[in-house]
Design a protein around this ligand. Structure first.
Ligand SMILES: Nc1ncnc2c1ncn2[C@@H]1O[C@H](COP(=O)(O)OP(=O)(O)OP(=O)(O)O)[C@@H](O)[C@H]1O
Ligand SMILES: [Mg+2]
Length: 284
């Protein structure tokens, strides 16, 4: 292998080439304080708070989960964290920089530091581009940042055969396509990976593998991760901290084991009860 992820400098161990100024590398990678994001209801046209006063922080190398039912505001929160979606009001700092105060040039410089892995891998890939030409386009955007690894080694990192470089998205299985999406995120050497239900669109038989791959590559790259899921069991298996969202608000936060074994909020209890095997655990 020509190059490996290990050669990327771990987050928190100093400033890497291409890291925007203003980031000493010591503070939280992402810091959200009392964030409010409003959307307009389709029918009534009224504004409502899709994210309602959420605060969370993610340290270097840390994996933080956000769990909650459909419509609770998880994706709205995640998109704000990337600077790609509505940013609303409240504190929103990425690598110590206030996302809303940045000029567009500064925001562009910061953007590669956050990479998103979405639920639907095929929807994230351009159907007209082979894996190789998609990677070439990405590398063209950030030549210096992405030159640390070649395409073959990158695919090896996500456990895909190099032959897949010449395939088009429709020639890839869901699991393979999601591995390509993870590879596209990793090539940028991000400081933060935002994974929004990254395995829930995949066949059950490959979900665990893709999750394990995501976890391993995030650790090796030294990136932090904001992991969005409606599945508390998955969050427990890969996150250190979890925030439980209900109707735009965080109703409970804490270390995963604490929230999982001693939930304080009735909604969290219901989520845990709804998990497969919950009754069995409760009986023990
Ligand atoms: N662009 C938008 N315009 C108007 N309303 C929106 C928009 N995006 C999301 N919403 C609404 O905001 C609320 C939160 O949506 P969001 O997508 O953040 O939820 P979620 O927790 O990610 O749900 P899911 O688990 O289904 O992905 C929902 O009521 C949704 O219908
Ligand atoms: Mg969502």
């Amino acid at each position: 292998m020509a190059n490996t992820l290990e050669q990327g400098t771990a987050a928190g161990s100093g400033r890497r080439p291409g890291t925007p100024p203003g980031d000493g590398g010591t503070g939280p990678v992402l810091e959200i304080t009392d964030l409010v994001i409003e959307h307009r209801r389709e029918r009534s046209r009224e504004m409502f708070r899709a994210v309602d006063g959420v605060s969370l922080a993610i340290g270097a190398g840390e994996t933080v989960g956000v769990v909650g039912e459909s419509g609770s505001g998880k994706t709205t929160l995640a998109m704000a964290a990337t600077g790609l979606g509505a940013t609303g009001s409240g504190g929103l700092r990425l690598l110590g920089r206030d996302l809303r105060a940045l000029r567009s040039r500064e925001l562009r410089a910061l953007r590669p530091e956050v990479q998103v892995v979405f639920q639907d891998p095929h929807g994230s890939l351009d159907p007209r581009q082979s894996v190789r030409s998609g990677l070439r386009e990405l590398r063209g955007l950030q030549p210096e940042r992405t030159s640390w690894i070649d395409d073959e080694a990158l695919l090896e990192q996500v456990r895909l055969a190099p032959e897949l470089l010449d395939r088009y998205p429709h020639q890839l299985s869901g699991g393979q396509a999601q591995r390509v999406c993870i590879a596209r995120a990793l090539v940028m050497r991000p400081r933060l990976i935002v994974a929004d239900e990254p395995t829930s669109g995949l066949d059950v038989s490959v979900q665990a593998d893709v999750l394990e791959l995501l976890r391993a590559s995030q650790r090796t790259a030294g990136a932090s991760m904001l992991f969005i899921s409606h599945d508390l069991a998955v969050v427990r298996s890969i996150c250190q901290q979890v925030h439980v969202m209900f109707r735009g608000k965080v109703v409970e936060s804490g270390p995963v084991d604490q929230v999982f074994t001693d939930p304080q909020d009735p909604y969290t209890r219901r989520l845990i009860e709804a998990m497969p095997g919950a009754r069995w655990r409760a009986r023990r």
